[in-house]
Design a protein around this ligand. Structure first.
Ligand SMILES: *Cc1c(COP(=O)(O)O)cnc(C)c1O
Length: 386
């Protein structure tokens, strides 16, 4: 069976984990944690980074930092992972689900303004497949209505927003995803581009949040300040949780970071090969291939097809499975989920439902061989030439 995903090991993970173990510092915020955080701050210009045990945790920290009060409204695309909404629901927010664009699973920024009320506090753009949402429109709305923006950049490591001309963000700028919103959350789950098994990171771009973020990160204590020698004792000063990962996890992540460019290049090669080979079938109307929005770069997180119907998708997945290839669909609409359907305001989100029914993801991972890639492409070709 060609799996949908296979976690890639760069070779040094166990070595660095061993190093973490034998230096005797196993809990969080040690040398490897700081090395990873500094790397991301320097490479992408995030003002401050904090490693977390997952992207879900980073989103929960963001929801606390946004000071969500019961009844506050948060605008989130319905076509996303549960965690995007869950983190805010835990703080008592009401989720106002937004639809996707017709041509792309990303939030339709042109429809956000009509969802804003006096209770709206946060907009959460999700950069689906690592491709940038329309951040100019979103940041302009945030400025106009005094809202916060939390980027769910779980899939978006090493991807960029290409600011159009004119742009309020700086014309012609190439801005790393996760550096534009007030806060951003990344994932290093084993299904993402660089991994630590479970893992994540909160990027803080608005200075106002840095001090409190460190406290929330360390169980509501000012322990980080204490270790920097800024205060002479530490204690309980706020709410928080144990959001920081152990050094063993950070050591694993460091081994991945060292190979980030190589991983990205290989994934892009696979992605481009899929695209070139399947474009002719897309041109004939059998399905559509991913659209790279004008303002987005492609970090090759995911290669997907959008079939014309649920039935067509089911048939394609079945053919692939019969040929020992595991292709999988993705999100179910959160607005009609068992947990949220009754709380949703009843608006129909047609594009989101379409992607829930019609989108299928193909195997994409570092070690996918040319031979297997060819086999997948051939299987899809013969499926449509019957
Ligand atoms: C993977 C993912 C998450 C959750 O990440 P974890 O690290 O598993 O918590 C959240 N949002 C999106 C869009 C994701 O793809």
């Amino acid at each position: 069976m060609i799996p949908f995903n296979k976690p890639y090991l760069t070779g040094k993970e166990a070595h660095y984990m061993y190093e973490a173990v034998f230096t005797g510092k196993l809990s969080g915020n040690g040398m490897f944690t700081q090395r990873c955080q500094t790397y991301f701050e320097q490479r992408y210009g995030f003002r401050k980074c904090l490693l977390t045990t997952s992207c879900t945790d980073a989103l929960e920290m963001a929801a606390i930092l946004c000071d969500i009060q019961p009844g506050d409204e948060v605008i989130i695309p319905s076509y996303t992972f549960v965690s995007t909404a869950l983190a805010f629901v835990r703080q008592g927010a009401k989720i106002v689900f937004a639809d996707s664009q017709a041509e792309h699973p990303n939030i339709d920024a042109t429809k956000i303004e009509s969802l804003i009320t006096s209770k709206t506090k946060v907009i959460v753009p999700v950069h689906y497949a690592g491709m940038a949402c329309d951040m100019d429109q979103i940041m302009a709305l945030a400025a106009k209505y005094n809202l916060l923006v939390v980027e769910d950049a779980a899939q978006a490591i090493d991807s960029y927003y290409l600011a159009p001309n004119p742009s309020s963000l700086g014309e012609g700028d190439k801005r790393p995803l996760g550096s534009i919103g007030h806060l951003a959350a990344f994932s290093f789950h084993e299904t993402k581009n660089i991994i630590s098994g479970e893992g994540g990171m909160l990027a803080i771009n608005d200075e106002r949040f840095i001090h409190r973020a460190e406290i929330i990160w360390e169980k509501g204590t000012n322990r980080a300040e204490f270790f920097r020698g800024e205060v002479n004792k530490y204690g309980w000063v706020d709410i928080g949780s144990s959001f920081l990962p152990s050094e063993v996890i950070a050591a694993f992540l460091w081994a991945q970071i060292e190979h980030l460019d190589e991983i990205q290049n290989k994934r892009k090669q696979h992605w481009n090969k899929y695209y070139e080979a399947l474009k002719p079938l897309a041109d004939k109307g059998f399905f559509s291939v991913p659209l790279i929005p004008e303002q987005a770069t492609n970090n090759a997180h995911m290669f997907y097809l959008v079939c014309p119907s649920l039935e067509e998708r089911t048939k394609l997945i079945k053919t692939l499975k019969q040929n020992d290839i595991l292709a999988v669909f993705h999100y179910l609409s959160l607005h009609s989920s068992p947990y949220y359907a009754e709380k949703h305001d009843g608006r129909i989100l047609a594009n989101c439902d379409m992607f829930a029914d019609c989108l299928v993801r193909l195997p994409l991972f570092y070690e996918l061989s040319d031979e297997n890639l060819d086999k997948i492409i051939k299987t899809i070709n013969s499926h449509y030439s019957l």
